[in-house]
Design a protein around this ligand. Structure first.
Ligand SMILES: NC(=O)c1ccc[n+]([C@@H]2O[C@H](COP(=O)([O-])OP(=O)(O)OC[C@H]3O[C@@H](n4cnc5c(N)ncnc54)[C@H](OP(=O)(O)O)[C@@H]3O)[C@@H](O)[C@H]2O)c1
Length: 310
């Protein structure tokens, strides 16, 4: 098998595609022939070394958290999948920029039938992040108002669709070029963050989903109603600021969850959820894929197509 390897922390150029020893699945694991993966910002944060104190990884390592592909072998305790099944999963913090990966069976779900394998690798991490943020951490319900920052990105695109499907009133922030796109995902109101101050436009929000951090997060307290909640995937909100506004703030980390991903797959199958593909790169150009994600202006997902790289 082949895998992208990072020998020293640094930029995307530190990644090389090399031949590595084949993996074998443990008792509760599945060996997947990977067809596609995608770039998530956590990948380049880990490659750069910026996450070393929080997520220590031994060098050399293979980046990548998302995978879609075909099962080629299963461990002896695995009854849920069999060779030939097409699956997808948020596989863990490393390992999917490769032609094969060993994955815990409980992190996998069947790939939606109407999504090609070469795109399904863009689904798991961002949709699970959006789902957990909205419903587990934010408790979002029909009729509530939610402000979603970075609504045109990977997590944001999923969050806008899921929140609108749940019957919430969605306000999304994006650059001017992405306003129509965010509207097409189900946002009732879109705000060009480069031209308008969202804090002057949004009032009485029940929830803010912060996918940006910094100044954007700080300004978000003022749009929340008392009892509202600021949920961030980026940094811990200032609890004292929250208390002063009568609102709550939390930062969360996404959890791999095959069952939840199966529910998400059903939404794809019924045509209620879709993935916007920003760009597709072959595995041997993973560094270009990462560079594209690092612009922070991808619309939807940057995919790494692995199939045919064996
Ligand atoms: N804690 C966790 O477990 C977890 C899980 C997933 C993601 N995350 C984090 O969540 C963040 C978002 O992830 P992602 O995958 O959605 O990233 P992404 O796809 O790279 O986000 C790119 C999007 O951000 C938008 N954007 C950039 N600056 C903005 C601003 N100031 N205001 C509004 N939109 C802005 C861009 O829209 P325009 O081009 O229109 O500007 C672009 O569409 C990342 O920092 C990631 O590391 C954390």
């Amino acid at each position: 098998m082949k895998a992208i390897l990072v020998d020293a922390f640094g930029g995307p150029e530190t990644m090389t595609l090399r031949e590595v020893a084949d993996h074998r699945p443990g008792d509760n694991e599945v060996l997947v022939d990977i067809a596609s993966t995608s770039v998530n910002p956590i990948d380049w944060k880990i490659v750069s070394g910026a996450m070393r104190s929080v997520i220590p990884v031994p060098l050399p390592f293979t980046p990548g958290v998302d995978a879609a592909g075909t099962v080629i072998a299963v461990g002896r305790n695995v009854t849920t999948f069999a060779p030939g099944d097409e699956v997808m999963g948020f596989i863990g913090i490393l390992g999917s920029y490769a032609t094969r990966a060993v994955v815990s069976a409980e992190r996998l779900a069947r790939k939606p039938g109407n999504v090609p394998l070469t795109e399904a690798g863009a689904i798991p991490a961002v949709t699970l992040t959006a789902w957990q943020a909205l419903f587990e951490h934010g408790g979002l319900r029909a009729g509530q108002r939610i402000l979603i920052h970075a609504a045109a990105g990977g997590v944001g695109s999923a969050a806008v669709q899921l929140a609108a499907l749940a019957g919430a009133e969605v306000v999304g922030t994006a650059s001017r070029a992405n306003l129509d796109y965010v509207r097409s995902l189900g946002a009732a109101t879109v705000i060009d963050y480069g031209a308008e101050d969202f804090a002057r436009r949004v009032v009485e929000a029940d929830m803010v989903l912060d996918l940006v951090g910094g100044y954007t997060q700080e300004q978000s307290w003022s749009v929340l109603k008392p009892g509202g909640i600021l949920v961030s995937s980026v940094s811990q909100p200032d609890i004292l600021r929250g208390r002063a506004s009568g609102a709550e703030g939390i930062r969360f980390s996404t959890r791999p969850d095959g069952k939840q991903l199966s529910e998400i797959a059903a939404l794809y199958e019924s045509g209620k959820l879709r993935t916007q593909v920003d760009s597709v790169f072959p595995l041997n150009e993973a560094s270009h894929a990462m560079t594209r994600s690092m612009t922070r202006h991808a619309r939807g997902k940057v995919i790494i197509k692995v199939a045919n790289q064996q």
